[in-house]
Design a protein around this ligand. Structure first.
Ligand SMILES: NC(=O)c1ccc[n+]([C@@H]2O[C@H](COP(=O)([O-])OP(=O)(O)OC[C@H]3O[C@@H](n4cnc5c(N)ncnc54)[C@H](O)[C@@H]3O)[C@@H](O)[C@H]2O)c1
Length: 413
């Protein structure tokens, strides 16, 4: 068995996502399991090179995680011949120039969503990566949640019949920061710093809708800034200029209607921080982060409106739990493994592994998660798919501003 090292420049790892999900629960977890078994007798060993702006924070992170290499010089990291992959979990506003520099240096690139703040920038990144022939990918973690993987299994089985409607509820209370510290970074609440719930969440909803329920064809969105002042990490009061709740309706292919509410200013009275209900002609399904439940038409009770008496029906009792039927790994780690396999294949010149310039997921075809993609297939979560998320966010903001429905066109090549 040969062990091959893959050097990964990891930028933004002192942040919440970069450290917790990507460095610790993905890359270090892969090392902890002995590397990534490629199935052909070879094992990939990820070797991170941590990059950031503050030497002190990087040194502390390196010490805490046992990673030897770190630098505050991105250019030097990109020039290091020992590294072949660049990963970016910086604040969104800092992502575009760093990704362009990495592509120009010939690195395979993988990054957090949204890939950019505008569709023009997101498309330019996708085109640059395609032209350079490097592997490219964007985090689409919700597809790898156990609850949504089970929901996908249920949909693929056909048991729901024809899909009719989808309802998504996402949100929780993000503390204001004065009387209790906020549990999200303050830039999220300043539009001038790339914040706002539309740019943060609509990219997620794009791939969830496209992959599970049908391609998004049109949308209407309204948003609001409920809380206009908050307190930052240092306890300083600031003006919250970005929207903190968004209410969107989507028309999907196949006449499916989806509504998704996203809010950082709501209190949770549901089983999970995000819950999707999908109703079909033959059955309905409800999925959260880990669980999925189904009610078939044969198990559907007959409710009669009568508020004068307590409900004779225990509505939740009539749903069947979808079994795990397997172990689910951390979704971020599962996607990292898929991307590293793809980048390794591209690096070794495997036929068909390069993203076709202008390649699109065919309308009507549901993209396949990387772990199920046939060898040689285009990476299903690439920068072009990332650009679709930015496109939806941009259209949602325009719909809100203009107060009207907008069509979602195919991405230009
Ligand atoms: N996939 C998901 O579910 C998910 C969830 C939350 C955030 N995100 C995305 O991950 C990225 C990082 O979000 P986060 O919540 O970890 O943010 P964070 O503020 O915790 O971390 C941001 C990182 O970027 C660095 N940085 C670089 N330039 C900066 C600048 N000019 N100002 C401030 N920080 C700068 C910081 O040092 C830090 O390492 C964002 O693009 C966000 O959209 C994704």
């Amino acid at each position: 068995m040969a062990r091959r090292t893959v050097g990964i420049v990891m930028n933004g790892v002192t942040g919440r996502m970069g450290r917790n999900q990507h460095l610790e629960r993905s890359i270090l977890a892969i090392r902890h399991q002995g590397g990534l078994d490629l199935g052909d007798g070879d094992v990939l060993w990820p070797e991170p090179l941590l990059v950031g702006r503050h030497a002190g924070r990087l040194r502390a992170l390196a010490t805490a995680t046992g990673i030897e290499r770190w630098t505050t010089d991105l250019g030097a990291a990109l020039g290091d011949p020992e590294t072949s992959v660049y990963f970016d979990a910086q604040v969104t506003a800092a992502r575009v120039p760093a990704l362009h520099a990495a592509i120009a240096a010939g690195k395979h690139v993988y990054c957090e969503k949204p890939t950019a703040e505008t569709l023009a920038d997101a498309l330019a990144l996708a085109r640059a990566a395609e032209a350079a022939g490097v592997a490219h990918g964007v985090v689409q973690d919700k597809l790898f949640l156990p609850g949504l993987l089970k929901l996908r299994r249920v949909i693929d089985s056909g048991v729901l019949g024809r899909l009719l409607a989808v309802r998504g509820e996402f949100g929780y209370w993000v503390f204001e920061g004065d009387w209790q510290p906020a549990q999200r970074p303050s830039w999220n609440y300043r539009s001038e710093d790339g914040g706002g719930i539309v740019l943060d969440m609509l990219p997620h909803w794009r791939y969830v809708l496209d992959h599970l329920f049908g391609g998004v064809r049109a949308l209407s969105c309204t948003a609001v800034t409920h809380l206009r002042e908050r307190w930052d990490e240092a306890g300083r009061r600031y003006d919250a200029t970005a929207e903190d709740a968004a209410f969107a309706t989507f028309r999907l292919e196949g006449d499916v209607v989806a509504t998704i509410n996203s809010s950082w200013v709501t209190r949770v009275y549901r089983d999970d921080l995000v819950v999707f209900q999908v109703d079909g002609t033959d059955a309905s399904a409800v999925a959260g982060l880990r669980d999925c439940r189904v009610q078939h038409r044969t198990m559907t009770p007959r409710p009669v409106w009568n508020p004068d008496v307590p409900s004779p029906i225990d509505f939740r009792a009539g749903w069947a739990e979808v079994p795990d039927n397997g172990a689910f790994d951390n979704g971020f780690k599962a996607q990292w493994e898929g991307f590293l396999r793809h980048a390794d294949a591209v690096g070794r010149g495997a036929p068909g592994e390069r993203a076709a310039p202008g390649g699109q997921t065919a309308p009507g075809a549901r993209a396949v998660p990387a772990e199920r993609a046939a060898p040689g297939a285009r990476y299903p979560h690439d920068l072009r798919e990332g650009a679709k998320g930015v496109q939806l966010a941009e259209l949602a903001l325009a719909s809100w501003r203009e107060g009207r429905w907008l069509d979602v066109p195919e991405l230009p090549a």
